[in-house]
Design a protein around this ligand. Structure first.
Ligand code: GLA
Length: 407
């Protein structure tokens, strides 16, 4: 089902939770005791700079991972038995002997990493008192689509453990615990954007996150006439493949050669004056980082003053930089951006760019709300014609971060 109107809101969290409750109840012959949900995210601008002390401007999306759980009848074996509805797979986590990290990660490893972080946080003794439990989860965040399906699963798991253990974490602490799970158990040295978005998401606002200070400023976006359209290229996005870590290493090495403590101290003119000290690749990566930090700050101002055309130009420039300087795009993402650009302002499109880690996944497009259906149909048709692949499109408003649904 690809029509934008239907797919925009085909599974808001309410439907997801209702379905999940029914599945849980029919499988376990009792209703869940706890239900939690955590959203995916889309990043409007500020790509690959969260691990470079930059600014990012994401929003949580109306797509969630929901987990339903209940204590098991009888405390033995002392495990969390987990079922993934989407994948129709089951696995379990031994609560007395948590799993060691093992690559490539399975969905259960992402959850295991959060269990391990939680045990470290609350102490082995208190953790050992958690009840044996049955868990079931379902997601309507496209898996591996660059919309942070893994961060949503991690944050939902942490939210569940908060309610089960009666220990509420600080919001920053929770996001950082989940980021550590991703580092240690999924082998991806990610920045803080995804987990912060899933924890701190707010309705009607983008989140301007300063990744150096970890301060958040919510930038109001109540959509008055402008929409955010997400287009999944349906080309698989795989971050544990090493390209991500390589980009990080190239940036670290460039920063060292520039003799700066932080990318925030590197100006475009300083970069140019020190160009000779960098390899060509390092220079290109650095140019992306420095220019993207500037674009993201300008983008926040543009949203605040409703300058959609200016914001759109910044999005196109960001894509160009990711395509040529950072080299994390791919031909399908470039095609989607070009199709959006071809429609242009006359057809209601302000700007478009790849979003997330890259190498596949999604684009994000800013457009007039009344043109969402027309633009989506055009992009879908042309993308299929030129790439042979079906894109999946949906619009989303900024959504609420992780929350408890019932307990
Ligand atoms: C992935 C990572 C994030 C961020 C983006 C790129 O989503 O998990 O931390 O680096 O890529 O902006």
């Amino acid at each position: 089902m690809n029509s934008p109107e239907a797919s925009s809101y085909d599974s808001p969290v309410g439907d997801l939770v209702q379905r999940l409750t029914q599945s849980f109840t029919s499988e376990h012959s009792r209703p869940p005791k706890w239900i939690v949900a955590a959203p995916g995210r889309v990043n409007l601008i500020g790509e690959h700079i969260d691990y470079n002390d930059g600014f990012v401007l994401p929003m949580a999306i109306e797509r969630y991972v929901a987990i339903a759980a209940a204590p098991r009848n009888g405390s033995h074996p002392h495990v969390a038995s987990i079922r993934s509805v989407n994948l129709n797979e089951s696995d379990q986590i031994d609560l007395d002997l948590l799993p060691e990290p093992k690559l490539p990660p399975t969905w259960c490893a992402y959850m295991g990493g959060v269990f391990a972080g939680f045990r470290d946080r609350i102490g082995a003794e208190k953790f050992g008192q958690l009840p044996a439990m049955d868990l079931m989860f379902e997601s309507n965040v496209p898996i591996g689509g660059g919309l942070s399906s893994s961060a949503a699963l991690e944050v939902a798991t942490a939210t569940l453990l908060e309610v089960v253990s009666g220990t509420t974490l600080g919001l920053d602490e929770k996001a950082l615990l989940c980021q550590k799970a991703e580092h240690d158990y999924a082998g991806v040295p990610c920045g803080i954007m995804d987990q912060f978005s899933s924890v701190f998401g707010q309705e009607n606002a983008f989140m301007m996150l300063d990744c150096q200070s970890q301060q958040i400023r919510h930038v109001p976006f109540d959509s008055n006439g402008v929409s955010v359209l997400i287009t999944n290229s349906n080309v698989k996005h795989e971050l544990s493949g090493g390209e991500y870590a390589q980009r990080r290493a190239q940036c670290d090495s460039a920063l060292k050669k520039l003799a700066a403590a932080s990318w925030r101290d590197v100006t475009p003119s300083m970069l140019d004056s020190k160009k000779q000290s960098l390899t060509d690749v390092e220079y290109s990566r650095a140019r992306h980082v420095v220019s993207e930090i500037e674009r993201t700050q300008k983008a926040a101002v543009a949203i605040e003053s409703g300058q959609w055309q200016a914001l759109g130009e910044l999005m196109y420039a960001s894509h160009h930089s990711l395509q040529h300087d950072y080299e994390v795009s791919c031909c399908e993402l470039d095609l989607l951006v070009e199709l959006a650009r071809g429609i242009g302002l006359a057809g209601g499109v302000y700007g478009s760019r790849m979003t997330g880690g890259g190498f596949g996944g999604c684009t994000v497009t800013l457009l007039d709300s009344e043109k969402v259906v027309e633009v989506s149909n055009h992009i879908q048709k042309q993308y299929k014609k030129q790439s042979g692949i079906d894109a999946h499109l949906f619009a989303s408003l900024p959504a609420k971060g992780a929350h408890l649904i019932s307990c």
